[in-house]
Design a protein around this ligand. Structure first.
Ligand code: SF4
Length: 70
């Protein structure tokens, strides 16, 4: 999938905790007090790009490396 598609999916590794236990969180509330639980694609060390065919692929595709190869 593309990075934009991935960013619409829940990351299964997100952990949400109350602000009273913020040291246990791996994601934090943004400036609008929203918790972003979506995949962050190539901003995550686990994101893997698929080989690209410049003749047919205009947008790079990839996958979560922690979820196994597609
Ligand atoms: S690539 Fe990273 S952010 Fe995206 S689903 Fe996998 S672990 Fe979560």
């Amino acid at each position: 999938m593309t990075e934009d598609e991935a960013k619409t999916k829940w990351c299964p590794f997100v952990r949400i905790v109350s602000v009273n236990h913020v040291l246990e969180a791996i994601r934090f509330m943004d400036e609008d007090n929203e918790i972003n639980t979506a995949c962050i694609a190539s901003e995550c060390m686990a994101w893997r790009f698929l080989p690209c065919d410049p003749d047919t692929d205009d947008v790079p595709h990839g996958y979560c490396g922690l979820a196994g190869k597609p």
